[in-house]
Ligand binder design. Structure first.
Ligand SMILES: Cc1cc2nc3c(=O)[nH]c(=O)nc-3n(C[C@H](O)[C@H](O)[C@H](O)COP(=O)(O)OP(=O)(O)OC[C@H]3O[C@@H](n4cnc5c(N)ncnc54)[C@H](O)[C@@H]3O)c2cc1C
Length: 398
């Protein structure tokens, strides 16, 4: 690591603190206009901030008790692609409402046939005059039930090899022909995933992001950013309870008197601190202008099961009380943080985080191939025109 934390009297910190003093209860559009929602984006959307300034904005926003608009798919993953691949008209149309949180976005990538092999997706977008006609079925789409904008990857050229025939679109989720059906997961919540059906949905051609055939490259960049964003220590992608809070809670409830529990808690605490240092290393790399690499896969691969172990020990420490719906393991201020602040919800939701945004196995493949230099996993279907794949797979099975 090679950076210092800017002190209390740092001029950049003082300037941000002064803005929050002058605007103690900023609206989401005001925050967006000040560039505080995505400070690292160029003006007028952000401040062109380096990593130090981003960290200062985060810290001062927290200090002021201001919660930024929550629109993770737009802000953490996809909307940045509009800066590099979008048209000026697309930026003007989509970015202001995305950054202020007025238009929630969702990511329409995974399909029932499999999410890991995204290149094999089957939803098609057929050109018809000045529209594309979309037909297919997506699944596990977080936030689709509230989203106004969907980032869709669909197959525009069935005769190209599977990764080359894909394109990405920005669609209005209220377009006729789209049906959203919630999936209730074992947390009992309807608020996470959905199935989305496309029944001859007409999408204007000006909703194509980038060029036809660029869908694979765009989607990979968007997922890579997400792995970095989701690798903070703690449950629920790092936004939920952490090992530090677990240990504080166990101390407060007498849970550390049990030697076995104490040993487990100590190990989790150490793991959490290592993950924190890895996050600082990533920050240091960004401050020193090193490009993001496959390290994000390592951090997510370690952070996801760590968060699961944190909420698992918290649940076990409750004894039979933990079986009651909504019972919180500890009363350490997490209760007001919405779903991310809920120890019970975190326990039931957290098995999902070793699947979402790349399963553990897929992340291990990334690390093996791109960091350890091991041979690439063979994909005999990679060069075959997608339209011929069904026949090829059938012949291989015979
Ligand atoms: C919390 C959460 C949120 C999600 N949100 C979204 C969303 O907003 N939008 C969206 O499009 N999708 C979303 N997903 C779906 C997610 O991207 C997929 O679940 C993921 O890509 C895995 O795909 P799958 O579930 O179809 O499993 P499969 O791809 O069918 O995999 C099944 C099993 O096979 C293993 N496997 C597959 N291929 C290989 C291989 N090459 N080598 C070794 N093992 C392999 C996998 O590791 C897994 O264990 C979300 C999932 C979760 C859990």
């Amino acid at each position: 690591m090679d950076f210092e934390f800017p002190g209390e009297d740092h001029p950049r910190r003082q300037a941000i603190r002064a803005w929050f003093a002058a605007n103690p209860a900023p609206t989401a559009p005001q925050l967006a206009e000040a560039g505080y929602v995505v400070p690292h984006w160029p003006a007028p959307w952000g401040l062109g901030a380096d990593a130090e300034l981003q960290m200062l904005v985060d810290e001062e926003m927290k200090r002021a008790g201001v919660v930024p608009p929550r629109n993770p798919v737009a802000i953490n993953n996809c909307a940045q692609s509009l800066l590099t691949h979008g048209t000026e008209a697309q930026r003007e149309r989509f970015l202001p409402a995305a950054l202020s949180g007025e238009a929630t976005w969702c990511m329409l990538f995974s399909e029932p046939s499999g999410g890991s092999d995204l290149g094999a997706l089957r939803t098609t977008a057929r050109r018809d005059g000045d529209h594309y006609v979309v037909k297919g079925h997506k699944i596990w789409t977080s936030l689709a039930h509230v989203a106004k904008v969907g980032v869709l990857v669909a197959r525009t050229d069935p005769d190209a090899p599977k990764h080359q025939g894909l394109s990405e679109f920005l669609i209005d989720m209220d377009t006729p022909g789209i049906t959203v059906r919630p999936i209730i997961d074992m947390s009992g919540s309807e608020n996470e995933y959905n199935e989305v059906f496309f029944d001859d949905v007409r999408v204007p051609v000006d909703r194509l992001l980038g060029k036809e055939g660029e869908g694979w490259a765009l989607a990979m960049t968007q997922l890579q950013t997400e792995r970095v964003a989701l690798s903070k220590p703690g449950a629920i992608w790092g936004s939920g309870p952490s090992a530090r809070e677990l240990v504080e809670g166990l101390i407060a409830t007498g849970g550390l008197e049990d030697a076995a529990q104490r040993d487990e808690a100590a190990k989790l605490y150490v793991e959490g601190e290592i993950l924190r240092l890895l996050a600082y290393r990533a920050l240091s790399d960004r401050m020193n202008a090193k490009p993001p690499g496959p390290q994000g896969a390592i951090r997510k691969m370690l952070a996801a099961p760590h968060g699961q172990r944190v909420v698992d020990l918290a649940k076990r420490s409750q004894g039979p009380r933990g079986l009651l719906v909504g019972e919180q393991a500890f009363d350490n201020g997490r209760g007001d943080g919405g779903p991310f602040g809920d120890w019970d919800y975190a326990f039931w939701f957290n098995p999902a985080v070793t699947l979402g945004v790349g399963t553990q196995e897929i992340l291990k493949n990334v690390v093996a191939e791109r960091m350890l230099g091991l041979p690439r996993e063979p994909d005999p279907t990679a060069r075959t025109p997608f339209s011929a794949l069904a026949g090829q797979l059938r012949r291989a099975a015979e």
